[in-house]
Design a protein around this ligand. Structure first.
Ligand SMILES: Cc1cc2nc3c(=O)[nH]c(=O)nc-3n(C[C@H](O)[C@H](O)[C@H](O)COP(=O)(O)O)c2cc1C
Length: 407
C-alpha cells in the first residue's frame, strides 16, 4: 500500500515541509497541541464533531461492558499524559488508551528517543515511559466530564527493583482505577529493563493477581487486560492465552512494538534503538492475533494493534477475531483526518459484506479454536458484556467515581 492512500494531500505536504523536519517527539507534541486547541469545547469542536463524529450506528461495538462508537482506538503512547484524549475522540476514534502511566513520575530515556522510517511507514522508539505519574494523570482524567472512552495502560516505574514490581503496579492501579474505563497491565514495552520478563507465566499470574486484588471491590467491574509483545514464541503466546483464561482477565492487547530489527529493510540504521512500529509489524501482529483467537475463541476481548493502516487492515483483524483495533504509527503518517477516513472505509466494508454492524463481523474469518470455545462467562466476557455495569461509554459523558464537578 502506498502512503498516498493513507494520508490526505494537504497533510502530506505539511508533513514533508514542517513535521518531518522537526524532531519526531517535538512534532508529536506540536500536533497534539494543535488538535487539543482545535477541539476545545466550543463552536469549532461542535463543527468538527458534526463533520468527523461517529454517525454510523453500524460501527458500534459492545464489549467490556462499554459501548464503543467505533472499534478503532488510539494505541498507548499517543496520549501518554491524558491531555488530549477528547480531541482524539472528536477526530473519530472510538476510544483512547492513555499511558503508559507509572506509579511515580519519571523522565523516560534520554533523547532522541523516537525516529522515523518514513519510507517504510515505521517508527522506532525507546521512550521508556516518560510521564507525570499516576497521581497527576488520575487527577487530570477526573477533572472534567468525559465524552471519550479511556483505557489506562500501566507499567513499571524504572527505578523500582524487579522484586518490588508487584507493589509498584498495585500502587499505580489503585491511583488510576477510578478514572479508567478499562485497565491494561503492560508487560511488553522493550524500553524498560526487566519488563518483558513479566510475561513468563509465574510472574504474570502473580502480577495480575496482585493488581486484581487491589481494584476497588463492590463497584462497577473494571475490565482488566494485558498487553503482550510480538516477539514471544508460539508456545509463549499459547501459555499467556491459557493463563489469561485461567486468571479470568477480560482481554489481551496484542501487540506492542517489536525488537526484531530484521523487519526493517536494511536492518537498523537509526540513531534510536528500541521498538519498531508501523507497517513492518503488520504481518506479525496479524499472526499473533490469529494464534490468540485460535486458543481463546470468543472468551476474551482481543484488541489487535500493530501496522493497521487501512480500513481493509482493520476489517481483516476484526474478521480474524479482534473485537477492537488500535493504531499509533499510521495516525502519525496519515494525519488528523485518518480516523475519519478509516471509519468511513470500515462502514463501507461492513455494508458491502452484508453485515448490519461491525459487531456481527467479529471472528467471521477465524478458524475453529484449538481448545474448544467454552461459554462466555461474565468474568471473562468477550463481546457480550451483558452482566456488566458500564463505567462510561457512548451512552453519555462520565465523571470519575468519587470526583466532584471539576472545571
Ligand atoms: C513513540 C511510541 C510510543 C509508544 N509508547 C507506548 C507506551 O507508552 N505503552 C505501550 O503499551 N505502548 C506504546 N507504544 C506501542 C503502541 O501502543 C503500539 O502497540 C505499537 O506502536 C504498534 O502499533 P502501530 O503499528 O499502530 O504503531 C508506543 C509506540 C510508539 C511508536
Amino acid at each position: 500500500m502506498s502512503r498516498s492512500s493513507t494520508s490526505a494531500p494537504v497533510y502530506r505536504v505539511l508533513f514533508r515541509l514542517v513535521l518531518e523536519r522537526l524532531d519526531a517527539e517535538a512534532a508529536h507534541r506540536l500536533a497534539g497541541s494543535a488538535i487539543r486547541a482545535a477541539t476545545r469545547p466550543g463552536p469549532v469542536r461542535r463543527l468538527l464533531g458534526r463533520l468527523l463524529g461517529h454517525r454510523d450506528p453500524g460501527l458500534r461495538v459492545r464489549a467490556l461492558g462499554l459501548d464503543f462508537p467505533s472499534p478503532l482506538g488510539v494505541a498507548a503512547g499517543v496520549d501518554k499524559e491524558g491531555t488530549w484524549f477528547e480531541g482524539l475522540g472528536a477526530l473519530g476514534f472510538g476510544f483512547v488508551e492513555v499511558g503508559t502511566v507509572t506509579a511515580r513520575p519519571q523522565p523516560g530515556n534520554p533523547r532522541p528517543r523516537v525516529s522515523r522510517r518514513s519510507g517504510e511507514r515505521a517508527l522506532v522508539n525507546s521512550m521508556g515511559f516518560p510521564n507525570s505519574g499516576a497521581a497527576v494523570i488520575a487527577e487530570r482524567l477526573g477533572r472534567k466530564t468525559r465524552h471519550t472512552i479511556v483505557g489506562v495502560n500501566i507499567g513499571k516505574t524504572k527505578v523500582v527493583p524487579v522484586e518490588d514490581v508487584g507493589a509498584d503496579y498495585v500502587s499505580c492501579a489503585r491511583q488510576v482505577a477510578d478514572c479508567a474505563d478499562y485497565l491494561v497491565v503492560n508487560v511488553s514495552s522493550p524500553n524498560t529493563p526487566g519488563l518483558r520478563d513479566m510475561q513468563s507465566a509465574d510472574q504474570l499470574a502473580a502480577l495480575v493477581g496482585a493488581v486484581r486484588g487491589a481494584l476497588p471491590a463492590g463497584g462497577p467491574h473494571l475490565p482488566l487486560l494485558i498487553k503482550i509483545a510480538p516477539d514471544l514464541s508460539d508456545r509463549e503466546i499459547d501459555a499467556i492465552a491459557d493463563l489469561a483464561l485461567e486468571l479470568r482477565v477480560d482481554g489481551i492487547v496484542a501487540v506492542n512494538t517489536t525488537i526484531d530489527h530484521a523487519v526493517l529493510r536494511g536492518g537498523t540504521r537509526d540513531e534510536v534503538s528500541g521498538g519498531i512500529s508501523g507497517a513492518p509489524l503488520k504481518a506479525r501482529a496479524t499472526e499473533v492475533l490469529a494464534r490468540l483467537r485460535s486458543r481463546v475463541g470468543e472468551r476474551l476481548v482481543l484488541i489487535s494493534v500493530g501496522g493497521i493502516e487501512t480500513p481493509a487492515d482493520a476489517f481483516e483483524r476484526i474478521a480474524a477475531g479482534a473485537t477492537l483495533v488500535q493504531a499509533y504509527t499510521a495516525f502519525v503518517y496519515g494525519g488528523p483526518l485518518w480516523p475519519w477516513r478509516m471509519n468511513r472505509g470500515l462502514s463501507k466494508l461492513v455494508r458491502d459484506g452484508g453485515w448490519s454492524s461491525v459487531q456481527g463481523a467479529i471472528g467471521t474469518a477465524a478458524p475453529p479454536t484449538s481448545r474448544g470455545d467454552g461459554p462466555v462467562t461474565p468474568a471473562s466476557t468477550g463481546t457480550s458484556g451483558a452482566t456488566r455495569t458500564p463505567r462510561s461509554g457512548a451512552g453519555g459523558p462520565r465523571r470519575c467515581a468519587g470526583r466532584g464537578a471539576g472545571g
